[in-house]
Design a protein around this ligand. Sequence first.
Ligand SMILES: Cc1cc2nc3c(=O)[nH]c(=O)nc-3n(C[C@H](O)[C@H](O)[C@H](O)COP(=O)(O)OP(=O)(O)OC[C@H]3O[C@@H](n4cnc5c(N)ncnc54)[C@H](O)[C@@H]3O)c2cc1C
Length: 392
Amino acid sequence: MTDDTATPDVLIAGAGLSASLTALCLAARRPGLRILLLDRRAEPGRDHTWSFHDPDVTPESRVWLAPAIAHHWAGQEVRFPAHRRSLPTGYNTVTPGALRDAVAAQPDITVRRAEVAAAAADALHLSDGTTLRAPLILDARGQRKSPHLALGWQKFTGLELQVPDGHGLRHPVIMDATVAQRDGYRFVYCLPFGPDGLLVEDTRYSDHATLDAASCAADAMAYAQEQGWAGATELRRESGVLPIALALDARALWSAQAGGAVPIGLSAALFHPVTGYSLPMAVRAAEVIAASPRLDTADVMTRLRDFALERAREQSFLRLLNRMLFRGCPPDERYRLLERFYRLPVPVIERFYADRLTWADRLRIVTGRPPIPLHRAAACLAERPLLSETRE
Ligand SMILES: Cc1cc2nc3c(=O)[nH]c(=O)nc-3n(C[C@H](O)[C@H](O)[C@H](O)COP(=O)(O)OP(=O)(O)OC[C@H]3O[C@@H](n4cnc5c(N)ncnc54)[C@H](O)[C@@H]3O)c2cc1C
């Protein structure tokens, strides 16, 4: 890392996931740029792990992303009351340590601790009164409320456990929905980091954003005991309340950014509508930025906005699925939609997570025996009324 931060080419408010990935992509694709990230936290991204499926990122993206990937598995599985399945789709986890080391290995990227009070098109104004300027200003300060987005929630608490006699899992369990259903669609997610270490996350797709972390943690520990992982001890804990998009007015959301810094990551609502995961979108957005001929705020804003509007159009189907899940299905029945989804062919499931569904895939997902009664499905079709509710 360099100390030469006097005249950066790119200034980023925040040094979390999207900021770090954008900086790594710029360093790889546009070498020589001086990039400065400012974060209020001493250890940005601490107590997160960010995972993704192999097909979520292209082989070209993987080239610059690879140093941040700490774990890779060759397959994964899901478990439902009436259906269990192993899938041959590889899975990956980026850890805060690996991400930090990947960034620190780039001589042209600097990360500094600072509270950003305001992000403008040409400057970041810090809370200590300092103003820093650069041709390109990005705002990566994370999730924010928007009247142009109606949401459900994926909330979870994960425990990283040490299991003295080993846990026996070879691959991640992406969803174990054989557990009692509560607070919406509930499942447990397990990532085996080593023979005796794993992350066990108790997750709910809920109508409410309030997370009872203590009770989720107790449920995760009870699950570990039910699996026979005797003597499991907690090493670390992570919690999240992720946005699940039921309705979005992307045009209005981007109009509200006009004239300011370019939002990236969750602050630009760049996440998978059904999972709330943002890593794959952050990778794609970083490449849009790196491909901008002029790396200034105005040019990048136009290109990223076009990308985001196109994604929002393509994702309208995913938001419809969310409305069917959250508004068309009683909370304790929601797991049935996922159980049915996981009977589809592997390529359809992979394209669903990678946000690259074809029209044939979409048809395949909604045809067959309706997962919810037709009158309830019909009531979920319109997106606009939910936005009016949000704005009231
Ligand atoms: C525990 C957890 C696990 C997750 N797991 C996954 C996963 O497996 N896969 C996936 O794709 N997604 C996952 N997500 C969802 C999403 O990808 C993450 O939330 C991701 O970190 C969002 O990236 P971001 O850059 O938008 O925001 P963040 O990574 O949250 O970064 C925002 C940064 O801005 C800083 N900041 C905020 N305000 C200011 C300010 N005023 N001045 C200076 N700095 C400021 C914050 O300190 C923070 O470091 C997870 C989320 C959580 C919470």
